[in-house]
Design a protein around this ligand. Structure first.
Ligand code: ADP
Length: 182
């Protein structure tokens, strides 16, 4: 575990399984259908049970597909986390020059939603760096930079933001990015 204290909020990196995190909310790297998929999305629905998908279906029936960079919240079903925040990262090769801005929005809007719901601890996966093809070193820089900026702009709003990487190689990229932060 590597961590940095920003005001009273801890920004930390962990190599592990997002679905096992004991936090107020975990963030899902969802697709715009909100109907489940592979990767971390599939793992969350498998671990959390059918309730999460039912709530996603209801959101979709109300408001349609979720645009890239947006976020919605459901309960956490059987997960340790009480909530799941679902956000849609950019597909790297489709987003062209928009990818960094869109990825930053995923982090910002997910953190906004957590704070609006009075949550104190949030854990993220490495959004867009699996099936969506975002180079992990670049995505890690976007993630740590914009999470840090959000924390600085919302002092005391959250106790802890944890960025969780599944692989050792991804974890190393995030550690490098965190080390580069001023
Ligand atoms: P995207 O479609 O946004 O690229 P993916 O789910 O394909 O999302 O991958 C995002 C990242 O999540 C990848 O780095 C993948 O290794 C990681 N991942 C997959 N399962 C888990 C898990 N259970 N916990 C944490 N990270 C996971």
């Amino acid at each position: 575990m590597t961590a940095k204290l920003i005001g009273s909020t801890t920004l930390e990196l962990l190599r592990g399984d997002l679905t096992q995190q004991d936090v107020d909310a975990i963030v899902n790297a969802a697709n715009s259908s909100l109907l489940g998929g592979g990767g971390v999305d599939g793992a969350i629905h498998r671990a959390g049970g059918p309730q999460i998908l039912e709530e996603c279906r209801a959101i979709r029936a109300r408001q349609g597909c979720l645009d890239v960079g947006r976020a919605v919240i459901t309960s956490g079903g059987r997960l340790k986390a009480r909530h799941v925040i679902h956000t849609v990262g950019p597909v790297y090769h489709r987003a062209a020059g928009q990818a960094p801005r869109q990825l930053a929005q995923c982090y910002q809007r997910s953190l906004d939603l957590a704070a609006e719901h009075g949550l104190r601890t949030v854990a993220f996966p490495s959004i867009s760096t699996g099936a969506y093809g975002y180079p992990v070193a670049d995505a890690a820089r976007v993630a740590v930079h914009h999470v840090k900026a959000w924390i600085e702009q919302h002092p005391g709003a959250l106790d802890r933001v944890r960025l969780v990487q599944f692989s050792a190689a991804d974890h190393a990229s995030y550690r490098t990015a965190l080390g580069e932060l001023k």
